[in-house]
Write a protein that binds this ligand. Structure first.
Ligand code: SAH
Length: 222
């Protein structure tokens, strides 16, 4: 905990967030809860919004995008079920907050962001906090990131019209993909487990994410 943290009361706000927004709503994965107690969310929001960093809602991060609600991030990570030796791919790095959490939960993380300005800021925030195992890449994540595939875990932080084929292909055997699928306005978290050539799919929580654009996403520009 650094001085800034102490002065701003951020550490206390963070513990409060974990207890009241996350644990109280039924997320019990201890590794996810501990990671959320560690990652300083205020470092991933614009400076003028730092006081709101621990509110129970998404916040604007520029370029028309948002950092997701803490509870939604926790729910996705709970469903994703990471282990320390795993590799993970995140599509839609945005602020880099969820990528930092993945960095706490996995061995190596690649996070793709299509908006370059956001990628630059996410990378700076991660570097300042010393997340050497998290790598931000600029590009269209609907095509995955073949150069480091396969991945044990793939998580998509934007709403897709359908599951992009390349993401399934880049999943390791025994791996898991979590992705919001639905309309532009509302989606459902879809969980896909790979077992050899079989992909077992189930639906989890209803959710609302910004659109996943790109070749295997929504066709419109941002
Ligand atoms: N995980 C982020 C929240 C991301 S919001 C966080 O912790 O802050 C969703 C992000 O997905 C936005 O930043 C948006 O620009 C990005 N995005 C949308 N389509 C994408 C695509 N095809 N590839 C990569 N990123 C994409």
């Amino acid at each position: 905990m650094d001085d800034h943290d102490e002065r701003g009361g951020f550490a206390q706000a963070r513990r409060h967030m974990v207890d009241h927004q996350i644990r109280a709503r039924g997320v019990h994965d201890e590794r996810v809860l501990r990671a959320m107690e560690r990652v300083p969310r205020e470092r991933f929001v614009p400076i003028e919004a730092r006081a709101q960093a621990y509110l129970d809602r998404p916040l604007p991060i520029g370029s028309g995008q948002t950092i997701s609600q803490p509870y939604m991030v926790a729910t996705m990570l709970d469903v994703l079920g990471c282990e320390p030796e795993m590799t993970a791919l995140e599509i839609g790095a945005g602020s880099g907050y969820q990528a930092a959490l993945l960095g706490e939960l996995c061995r190596e993380v690649w996070a793709v962001e299509i908006v370059e300005a956001l990628a630059v800021r996410a990378e700076a925030a991660l570097e300042a906090l010393g997340y050497a195992n998290v790598h931000i890449v600029v590009g269209d994540g609907t095509q995955g990131l073949p150069e480091h595939a396969p991945y044990d875990r793939i998580i998509v932080a934007a709403g897709a019209p359908a599951v992009p084929e390349p993401l399934q292909e880049q999943l390791a055997d025994g791996g898991r993909l979590v992705i919001p699928v639905g309309s532009r306005m509302s989606q459902c978290l879809v969980v896909i487990d790979r077992d050899g050539d079989r992909f077992v799919q189930r639906e989890s929580t209803p959710c609302v994410f910004v659109p996943l654009v790109g070749r295997h996403g929504w066709k419109e520009h941002l």
